[in-house]
Design a protein around this ligand. Structure first.
Ligand code: PEP
Length: 256
């Protein structure tokens, strides 16, 4: 890491943890992880469990909460969907957009992801834009092209102020939930590309300050080497964030 940014640890619970399990998890996590003012910890539970997390962590303002997805429209006849405005009203500070499971299962393409970014930004929710290549794209040497396209299309309709408010997650699709982790060098290379693209789409100082997370089979036993990789400012953790003790170890990594 070696950058002057606050290390960022995000837990993407996907479709795990109902309200009761969430309360139990957070109590166990709080016992295992003391607040570190120099680092950021954000949980992305299923929407139905957000209130439960907020209640359980009421005395721990260092533990923040995010939403895994929002609808691309601000409101309307979209049965089952949740808007960014509702999420903001519920006190949620962060929102994912473009997670590869949304892209694969729900058809979220770069254009739709861009509209979701706009809705989050309008509502005052901090977006984390997830990008990453598939195994086939990597094997065809298309890393640069894929990341550039994902970034350029998603940011296309964002004004310059909004572009400065984004956080990024590099999540190689082949490493998500597979147990395969990108090597620290692979992560550094991709983070370098992303930072260059941020500079191209904004300016050098925004790119320098941009927080870029790595995600893909992060675990307690590989967190130190990933956090030490050049350009890696934190991690987005799926499977390993479902274990309170293991995630507490991940959040304490990097010398904190
Ligand atoms: C994710 O869901 O963003 C993720 C990185 O999952 P996992 O850690 O399980 O690979």
């Amino acid at each position: 890491m070696m950058r002057n940014v606050r290390p960022f640890f995000a837990a993407n619970w996907k479709m795990h943890m109902g309200p009761g399990e969430t309360s139990r998890f957070i109590r166990a996590f709080m016992a295992a992880y003391e607040a570190h003012p120099d680092r950021r910890v954000v949980f992305f539970p299923p929407a139905i469990s957000i209130a439960s997390l907020q209640t359980a962590a009421a005395d721990r303002p260092d533990l923040e909460v995010g939403i895994q997805d929002v609808h691309a429209e601000a409101q309307g006849a979209h049965t089952g969907a949740i808007s960014a405005g509702m999420v903001a009203e519920a006190g949620v500070a962060w929102g994912l957009a473009g997670h590869s499971e949304r892209r694969r299962e729900f058809g979220d393409d770069d254009e739709l992801v861009g509209r979701k970014l706009l809705r989050l930004l309008e509502a005052g929710v901090n977006p984390i834009l997830c990008v990453g290549e598939t195994l086939a794209e990597r094997e065809e040497d298309r890393l640069y092209e894929v990341l550039s396209r994902q970034m350029a299309t998603a940011l296309r309709d964002l004004g310059s102020e909004d572009r400065r408010r984004l956080t990024y997650a590099y999540e190689p699709v082949w490493a998500i939930g597979t147990g395969k982790t990108a090597s620290p060098d692979d992560a550094s290379e991709a983070h370098g590309i992303l930072r260059k693209r941020v500079a191209h789409l904004t300016d050098e100082s925004t790119a320098e300050a941009a927080v870029i997370l790595y995600g893909g089979s992060v675990k307690p036993d590989n967190i130190e080497e990933l956090l030490a990789a050049r350009g890696v400012d934190g991690v987005l953790v799926g499977g390993a964030s479902l274990d309170s003790g293991g995630f507490a170890r991940i959040c304490a990594a990097g010398g904190g």
